[in-house]
Design a protein around this ligand. Structure first.
Ligand SMILES: [Zn+2]
Length: 636
């Protein structure tokens, strides 16, 4: 509703994909997959490893029937328009009708998008998806009057409706949430102008994407075999893990070259985005760009400040990791292109899907019997589409909450350790959605982005603990610890650095100070050095990170990676320490959905994101892992 939220929803998936790829050490897998030979067609795969979309609609005709029902009944919204403030009966009937429409719509969507993803080349499936997208736009248009009319109802009158109509009671929190941003909702005519201006606020990000991904030329360097290769994003990330230092350095230097060359273009795009943020914040009467971005989700800016402040007071484990890495690599100096290099290559161990299921059942055991029973249900009832097949969408995801249907998980199993982590991650989302859907009424049966990555990263943390504990060799153990340390470095420290930089840049701009490539580079370089410590030699290239990172266009989004990660580490630590009482609270969290504000949901689970404790839990964990690694290295 506010600012660029629709745009943000579209990029959410991409952001998560980036996060997942960062968490996985085995970047080369992504490229190995592309090169593998012909893929099997779907009829070659046993049913038990394929989705059963009949859980959503038994037949395609059933889908068509629901589609027609919505088309035919949409006009019923007209009779409520202009009347929601008249009586509690009108209000309730309208809400109930909109829920009926939206339940069907989300089912239609789920069926269409799952079918599409299984066979991207199938035009009939694509057509069905396009049809439901168009229908959804029509529904949104028809429903556009509802929230503004509720907000326009005098508050006393609205609360009177709630107390006089028992069926309206459950919507109390929903109304409260709508009224919360009343001060930032504009008049009808002003809202129309905001809607008209909305595409303009996206120009900077769109141009950034086109220029960086398609039009900007990357240089060519020699690969380790002496062949010329053109640098790309993927090759850059893969090279950073390479143990060949001169190759790493070549790709690193080459990758940054065009960003430095086109620094004025990138500066113009970067500030273009800041201008858009400021326009929205000022138009909606927020006191800052950051407040405008955080308020729609009801996250206090103190949560953001607490993260940045506490991390700034706890750089020590990252400095320690840098020193240890430098020592192990026997390097005279330590550079940004040395930060990701693989120290302990993972063993060639392969993991079948069947084996991975057994591992997950054991690794997630600390979450208790109830959780495990649902996990088994997901395993045994075709909620998961496991194998890569011709035309199937790549990557992995969980489908989220669809009322009345269980959530689905898409995988592309490749027998790597990385696949086991992705599996644990997606099952975290899946069971979270399942609990929420089974507990909450439709109005609250989804969860906020702020808590979305908690359950997924909690599962990953439990899996890592289990694997480290059960590793057979020292090499395996070291590799897993390294995996964990890299996850903390990239998801927690790096994303907090981005968040801190983003906040600084917005503030500097809001204060009317000049933003030039030099100003941005100096600040980024300074922060990079603080995070990594004194033995880091910051190359000039690194300072241009601001020019290349799409996250800086996501408007105060990335801090949530760090807070989610911290929350999940703190919850896992509690579960391990306290057992059942902490499990009960965790399950309650998974069941809460949007029935409470996200900060309150976490607080009830035992994590206060306004406090230092969850941030310090990550710091403690990193120190513990470094202790373990040093102990193993000294064992000899
Ligand atoms: Zn995720």
């Amino acid at each position: 509703m506010h600012s660029k939220t629709n745009f943000k929803k579209n990029i959410k998936e991409i952001v998560l994909a980036i996060l997942i790829s960062m968490l996985g050490l085995n970047v080369s897998n992504f490229y190995a997959q592309e090169e593998s030979g012909a893929l099997p067609s779907r009829d070659k795969i046993a049913d038990q490893y394929k989705w059963n979309v009949a859980d959503i609609y038994k037949t395609q005709q059933d889908w068509e029937n629901d589609f027609k029902w919505i088309e035919n009944n949409l006009k019923q919204f007209n009779k409520f328009q202009g009347k929601l403030g008249d009586s509690s009966k009108e209000l309730l009937d309208c809400i109930k009708f909109s829920e009926e429409v939206n339940k069907k719509l989300s089912r239609l969507f789920l069926y269409a998008s799952l079918s599409k993803d299984l066979d991207l080349g199938n035009s009939k499936n694509a057509g069905r998806y396009d049809r439901v997208s168009e229908l959804s736009a029509k529904v949104s248009e028809k429903m556009a009057f509802i929230n503004p009319e509720i907000i326009a109802t005098p508050e006393a009158k609205l609360w009177n409706f709630v107390s006089s109509q028992p069926e309206l009671k459950i919507y109390k929190h929903f109304f409260d949430n709508l009224l919360r941003t009343k001060a930032h909702t504009l008049t009808k005519e002003q809202e129309r102008l905001m809607a008209l201006a909305s595409p303009l606020t996206q120009v900077a990000y769109n141009t950034f994407g086109i220029f960086k991904n398609a039009e900007m030329p990357f240089p060519t360097v020699k690969n380790p075999d002496g062949k010329d290769i053109t640098i790309s994003d993927g090759r850059y990330y893969a090279a950073l893990y390479s143990t060949d230092r001169s190759y790493r350095k070549r790709v690193y230097k080459g990758y940054y070259k065009p960003f430095m060359e086109f620094k004025n273009t990138y500066n113009s795009l970067f500030t273009g985005n800041l201008k858009a943020n400021t326009f929205i914040a000022k138009a909606r009467k927020y006191s800052s760009n950051r407040e405008a971005a955080l308020t729609p989700n009801n996250i206090p800016v103190s949560v953001y400040d607490n993260l940045v402040k506490t991390v700034n007071e706890n750089f020590q484990p990252l400095h320690r990791w840098a020193k240890l890495k430098q020592k192990i690599l026997k390097l005279k100096d330590f550079h940004p292109y040395d930060t990701y290099v693989t120290l302990f290559p993972s063993t060639d161990k392969k993991y079948s899907y069947e084996e991975a299921k057994k591992i997950l059942l054991k690794a997630l055991k600390p979450l208790g019997k109830d959780y495990i029973s649902h996990l088994k249900k997901a395993f045994n009832n075709r909620w998961i589409d496991v194998y890569e097949t011709k035309g199937k969408r790549s990557g992995a995801y969980s489908s989220g909450t669809t009322f009345g249907v269980h959530p689905y998980v898409l995988l592309n199993w490749n027998n790597q350790l990385n696949d086991v982590f992705t599996f644990a991650h997606e099952m975290g989302h899946n069971i979270h959605s399942y609990y929420t859907e089974h507990t909450q009424p439709f109005v609250y049966a989804d969860y906020s982005i702020f808590v979305a990555e908690v359950a997924s990263t909690a599962n990953e943390a439990l899996l890592l603990d289990y694997l480290i504990k059960n590793a057979k060799t020292k090499e395996e153990k070291l590799s897993l610890i390294e995996h964990n340390l890299n996850a903390i470095t990239t998801t927690f420290y790096r994303q907090t650095r981005f968040a801190e930089f983003e906040e600084w840049a917005n503030k500097t701009f809001e204060e009317g100070k000049a933003i030039t490539p030099e100003v941005l580079s100096n600040k980024y370089g300074e922060m990079y050095k603080e995070y990594w410590g004194d033995n880091m030699t910051v190359d000039k290239e690194e300072e241009y990170t601001w020019a290349r990172i799409p996250h800086f266009y996501y408007d105060f989004y990335v801090y949530q990676y760090a807070t989610s990660f911290a929350a999940s580490q703190a919850l896992v630590a509690k579960i391990k320490k306290e057992g059942q009482p902490a499990i009960d609270k965790y399950l309650h969290f998974l069941k809460s959905g949007n029935s409470l504000y996200p900060i309150d949901v976490l607080k009830k689970a035992g994590v206060d994101m306004n406090s230092e404790a969850p941030i310090k839990a990550v710091v403690a964990k990193m120190n513990h892992l470094l202790d373990e690694m040093e102990k193993l290295l000294n064992e000899k």
